[in-house]
Design a protein around this ligand. Structure first.
Ligand SMILES: Nc1ncnc2c1ncn2[C@@H]1O[C@H](COP(=O)(O)OP(=O)(O)OP(=O)(O)O)[C@@H](O)[C@H]1O
Ligand SMILES: [Mg+2]
Length: 288
């Protein structure tokens, strides 16, 4: 499968060099930012409230929101990078930018190789058509030709173990069934780069084990992996390196063990602070 390099938006710049030759780098972010525009509208948009809040409706006030703030990173070819961080910190945004689903607002993104992404559950699937039809559609969206997608379909279906349900419309699927088909398609399109966003937990124990073994197999074949997870055990299990993203910035980077340890220690400190606050409150309430 020929390697493909794509750049998204921004000036033509080489990725930040941290010792790796450009051809060894699968993904490079150079000062990548992603801004969203948030509505300041706080009320439901029925006619009565619209009239009550007419000036705000007319101004259509919005404020900018920085989801990713000048992020620079590199993922080497064949490397496995784990990303952790609190809810809303920018992890999924990072994967969406890597997978070209969303363009960065500024900065340069370089991706070398065929990307396969397993992002939010159900993304890329149409609820009204069957699992079988969706599998072909999804494989084509991920870069296969129609002929290639049809050729690999039996393997996708067998791996998913969906049996007769493969011919049911996907609106009838459970979360785990969505995950089964999504994972099966994502790993059967010969990815050079695999992006996975916190979905493994949806599978049952047996299927999770099968997926984990498959991910280890892909890693041995040299597939580059970027894994977003809240499961702190997954990081050392699957990743060579970890990063912590908080409020759109990388705030820690190192071995998975170090990054998880630092993050959990901070969370623990925060929780113990809250305990102290609770104790102080109890003491204050006990005062006459
Ligand atoms: N399309 C959008 N429009 C406006 N804001 C968005 C959009 N997509 C994401 N955001 C905001 O960007 C921030 C980062 O979102 P993101 O999905 O990357 O978080 P996350 O780190 O993956 O969180 P989680 O752990 O909950 O999955 C959030 O505050 C989110 O509300
Ligand atoms: Mg997310």
């Amino acid at each position: 499968m020929p390697s493909r390099t794509r750049r998204l938006r921004g000036r033509s710049m080489e990725p930040v060099d941290r010792g790796a030759a450009p051809e060894e780098v699968a993904i490079a972010f150079d000062n990548v930012s992603k801004h969203y525009s948030l509505s300041l509208q706080k009320h439901a948009t029925d006619f009565k409230t619209m009239l009550l809040h007419l000036p705000r409706f007319i101004s259509n006030a919005r404020r900018p929101f920085v989801a990713l703030d000048s992020v620079s990173l590199q993922v080497r070819r064949g490397e496995s990078l784990g990303i952790i961080g609190p809810n809303g910190s920018g992890k999924s945004t990072t994967l969406r930018v890597m997978s070209r689903i969303t363009p960065p607002t500024s900065g340069t993104v370089t991706v070398r190789g065929r990307v396969s992404a397993l992002l939010e559950l159900g993304s890329g699937f149409h609820p009204q058509i069957t699992g079988r039809e969706n599998a072909v559609l999804n494989a084509v969206l991920l870069g296969l030709t129609l002929r290639e997608a049809r050729a690999v379909l039996p393997e996708i279906i067998a791996f998913s173990e969906l049996g007769d349900f493969i011919d049911q419309p996907m609106r009838t699927y459970s979360s785990g069934m969505f995950f089964r088909l999504g994972f099966s398609v994502a790993v059967h399109v010969e990815p050079e780069i695999l992006l996975i966003d916190e979905v493994l937990a949806v599978g049952d124990a047996e299927f999770q084990k099968k997926c984990m073994d498959h991910i280890h197999g892909l890693r041995r074949q040299g597939v580059t992996l970027v894994l977003v997870t809240h499961d702190m055990l997954s990081l050392p299990m699957f990743c060579d390196r970890g990063i912590l993203i908080e409020r759109g910035k990388i705030t820690d980077e190192g071995t998975p063990q170090q990054v998880v340890h630092n993050y959990l220690s901070r969370v623990e400190r925060l929780l113990s602070l809250r305990d102290e606050e609770r104790e102080q409150l109890k003491l204050a309430q006990a005062l006459p």
